[in-house]
Structures are given as structure tokens and as C-alpha cells.
Design a protein. Structure first.
Length: 363
């Protein structure tokens, strides 16, 4: 019962933090969108900033406790900033300076009018997916790493200093793992709330990843169907059915339902679909630079999830370059190149370590 309560509390608190980060980013960029888009942007910018903060701490051998307290302070500041932004927005709404916001600030009747019974069906589908990932997670060598490295970090009060497979201290960090800070995110929350590493990694964040992935699908559908929320809800349901029948071991659906606690699953079901969301967004708003900022944030967050983000330049080229050509905005190709820089830099460090030109010392 204690672990169940901690899991629910952890899910609620992390949801609040992601949404608060989204509110701040939306305020800074002045993005117009609903609450689902706010949450998606918050999720992506959270992990992008986490990567930039935690990786240097890992290389400098900062303790997990110190890193957790520093990150808790950053999250507290973000939540305070989100509250201030929300209060100011409500004042502008009351003063008639802006239109009323839909979603969480809108009336229940308005939500029902936009979604009708489809919102119940979509909600049931998301709930079913959460139950599947809780009770039917796969256990593989990768599971040993993604849960084991959280456990060794929590119980040794370090940031990835110990090999999760044999418990030995590492003489040097592996480039493919040290830049993938996602397990350290779980370790930080385990330290702050006392959640067991298995519960945090395989239940709390698995459900959070499922919710985020479905919101991205919803956003893509909403843009493809000209803002029709009912059709976007239906698309979410159809994608769920499609993924349920993805039976091969390397499909995104298999990773979604059985390995959603792994970085590659997040890359396949959140980061890469976010590029598609940006591509559709760019086709509709060809003059918006916010798309490129969000794409760059996505590229940075992708490195947090998995070393497989080394393929992200190909993903960006496949999604955004055709959109730039269709929009006849060849400057978009330059922005594509800029958004490829995080993965290109990671690739340079990775191969430098592989051929012995660079060593990431762990002492």
C-alpha cells in the first residue's frame, strides 16, 4: 500500500512539474495551443534541461542527493513561475484582453461539445494502455540496465558510477550511457520521494510515457483534421489498435506496450512522433519559428532518452526537409541543420570515445 501511495503521488507530482514547465515555455514562446500541447512541450523541455544539468554533474561525480536537491530547487522555481504566469493570464482574461482558454480553464460543457462521447472512449483506451504497461512489462537485458542503473545510483548515492550488471565501480563512463540521463531522472525522483526504483521506472514513468505518447498522437490528429477534436480522439483509438497488432520484436508498438520504461521506447513513441508533429505544424504555419525552437528542444531531449538518438539527424531530415521544400522555405533547410547539431555533437563524442581519442573518466 505504501508503494502504491508513493507511485500515485509521484505520478501526480511529475505530471504537475511537466505541465508547469509547459506553461512557462508556452508563455515564453507565446505558443497558441490547448492543454495537451502545453503538457507535451513541458515534457520535452523538462528532459532537455535535465540533460544539460545532470550530465555535467555526472561527469563531476556529484552525489545523487546533491543533484536531487538542486533539481528539486529548479522544479520549485518552475512551478512558481507557472503559477505566476497562470495568475497573470487569468487577470488578462477577466480584463477582456484575451480570449478565454479552452481545456483545463474551459467549462465541462465546452469540452463535451468539442469531444462528445469520443473523449470517454479515448480516455478508456489510454487507461487500458496504462494497465497493459503496468502488468505486462518485458524483462530483458535492457530492463536490467534501465532499472539496475537506477537502483545502483539510489543505493550508492551516485550518478551512474556503478555498473548495473555486476555492481563494480566504473573506471570510465561509457559514452552511449552517460549522455542518456533518463535513468538518472528516475533516480532523482526515487531519492526525493522514496519510491522503489522498480516502481518508479516500470510503473510511474511507464504510465507517464503512455499518456505523453497518446497526447502527441492526439495533437497530430488534431492538426491533420483541421482542429476536429472528435476525429483526433478517433485517430488515437485507431493508433492504439494498430499498435496492439504490432507483434514483431522491433516494432514501435511492441516497445510501447512491453518496454515503455526503456529509452528506445520513448525515442520511438515520443521523440520521433514529436518530429512528425512539428512537420505538420510547420506545413500549417510556415512562418512560425516556434516550430524550430520546439524541434531543437526535442532533439536535445532525445539524447536524454537513448544513445539511439544518434539517428535523429535522419529523422529530422525525413520529417522537416520535405516540409521546408513544400513550403518553399529553403531557409528551413538551414534550421534543419541547426536542429541536427545536438545529435551530431553526441555522435562526435561517441566515436571519439570508441576509437580512443577521448576518455570520459569516472574519477
Amino acid at each position: 500500500m505504501r508503494e502504491l501511495c508513493l507511485a500515485c503521488a509521484g505520478f501526480a507530482l511529475e505530471f504537475i512539474v511537466f505541465y508547469a514547465a509547459g506553461i512557462v515555455l508556452v508563455r515564453i514562446l507565446k505558443v497558441k495551443g490547448d492543454c495537451s500541447l502545453t503538457f507535451i512541450l513541458g515534457y520535452l523541455v523538462y528532459f532537455a534541461v535535465f540533460e544539460l544539468v545532470i550530465v555535467p554533474m555526472t561527469l563531476k561525480w556529484v552525489s545523487l542527493t546533491a543533484a536531487a536537491y538542486i533539481w528539486a530547487g529548479i522544479m520549485a522555481l518552475v512551478i512558481c513561475a507557472a503559477v505566476i504566469c497562470t495568475i497573470k493570464k487569468q487577470r488578462r482574461i477577466r480584463a477582456g484582453q484575451t480570449e478565454t482558454c479552452s481545456g483545463i480553464f474551459g467549462s465541462i460543457s465546452e469540452i463535451w461539445k468539442n469531444h462528445s462521447v469520443m473523449i470517454i472512449l479515448a480516455g478508456a483506451v489510454v487507461l487500458l494502455q496504462c494497465l497493459i504497461v503496468i502488468f505486462y512489462e518485458d524483462t530483458t537485458v535492457d530492463a536490467a540496465y534501465y532499472v539496475g542503473t537506477v537502483s545502483t545510483s539510489v543505493y550508492t548515492d551516485t550518478l551512474g558510477r556503478y555498473n548495473p550488471f555486476n555492481g563494480a565501480i566504473q573506471k570510465a563512463f561509457q559514452a552511449r550511457y552517460v549522455f542518456s540521463a533518463y535513468p538518472m531522472h528516475n533516480a532523482v525522483w526515487c531519492r526525493l520521494l522514496g519510491i522503489h526504483p522498480i516502481v518508479q521506472a516500470k510503473q510511474v514513468m511507464s504510465c507517464m510515457n503512455v499518456v505523453t505518447a497518446n497526447l502527441i498522437i492526439y495533437q497530430i490528429g488534431k492538426r491533420l483534421f483541421d482542429g476536429n477534436r472528435k476525429k483526433a480522439d478517433l485517430m488515437l483509438v485507431f493508433v492504439c489498435v494498430l499498435q496492439l497488432f504490432c507483434g514483431t520484436i522491433y516494432s514501435s508498438g511492441t516497445f510501447f506496450f512491453t518496454r515503455s520504461y526503456e529509452g528506445k521506447a520513448i525515442l520511438a513513441n515520443i521523440a520521433i512522433p514529436s518530429v512528425l508533429m512539428c512537420a505538420v505544424w510547420y506545413l500549417q504555419e510556415k512562418n512560425s519559428r516556434n516550430v524550430w525552437i520546439i524541434l531543437f528542444v526535442t532533439a536535445v531531449s532525445a539524447m536524454t532518452f537513448s544513445g539511439s538518438a544518434i539517428i535523429f539527424p535522419i529523422v529530422i531530415a525525413a520529417g522537416m526537409a520535405p516540409a521546408a521544400v513544400m513550403n518553399k522555405r529553403f531557409s528551413g533547410l538551414v534550421y534543419c541543420a541547426v536542429c541536427m547539431l545536438p545529435s551530431a555533437l553526441y555522435a562526435a563524442v561517441f566515436f571519439a570515445c570508441r576509437i580512443g581519442l577521448l576518455t570520459l573518466a569516472a574519477s
